[in-house]
Design a protein around this ligand. Sequence first.
Ligand code: 13P
Ligand code: SF4
Length: 314
Amino acid sequence: MAPTTELPDDLEAAILDLKRERKALILAHYYQEDAIQDLADVVGDSLALARAAQNADCEVIAFCGVHFMAETAAILNPGRRVVVPDMDAGCSLADGCPADDFAAFTAQHPGAKVLTYINASAEVKAMSDLICTSSNAVKMVESFDGAPLVFAPDRHLARWVSKQTGRDDLIVWPGACVVHEQFSARELARLKVRHPEADVLAHPECDQGVLDQADFVASTTGIIQRAVEFPERTSIVATEEGVFHSIRQQAPNKELIPAPGADESCACSLCPYMRLNNVEKLYLALRDLGPEVTVDPAIAERARLPIERMLELS
Ligand code: 13P
Ligand code: SF4
């Protein structure tokens, strides 16, 4: 039988005690389970969390999100320990863009600049001129002149940004998010018939058929702000369900409906990677100071430049 791990009865209190003892900062993405969001010092989208990591004043960062986010925090904090609840919390976008293949891809476009979505590995970031998140992607594309521009690794975000900026010549790495790609345009159209009053909010990682039916397209922060802005109005939300927690805190009576997948059995609005984290693993991460996310210093040095450039431009 596998050994059991002793956990304190009051896990939340024990986490707060450990946080003080370790001089730790807890950062959490909006896609984390509610209990983690309630314990975090900062809850935010990818951009807000990168900024919080850049401004961190602590000995340990406990990053509750996925690996590329914790890696970004580690890149911005050489010498500071970054721990995560679960080392296997990856991301289909980052995992679907291996560094060697990306190097070969960019080699086919000599002279092109490289703009990379933050959902990518440190190695891929190190090959980039600039990083973007979903909340600043339009601005980051516009910061380049008309020279050839590689955009990686999300083809849906690339297509949306291309429409917003009029740049129809982006050289796109064809990756996708396994969560947002599952929302079904056909089922969404049916749902809209039943809720004609609803405001449809979508993340730009969604398929075009879903974005075409959205009233508002934005990052997780943008979606939350929009939902809170109309507290009496029902929202159909095409992103990970973790955002509901923050919306409900600010607009408790609001009706929130997750966007549907192609069939009823699909837990489409839960990211399988983000949901590997839980408060039990957060407790262990703070207690054991691991698993620790580290980045090869030479790669971190090269990856830091395009991230810092993005933070300056944002
Ligand atoms: P945001 O930057 O909008 O929070 O998105 C992160 C992400 O992983 C979307 O799936
Ligand atoms: Fe990656 Fe998609 Fe999960 Fe976001 S929701 S972390 S893009 S797999």
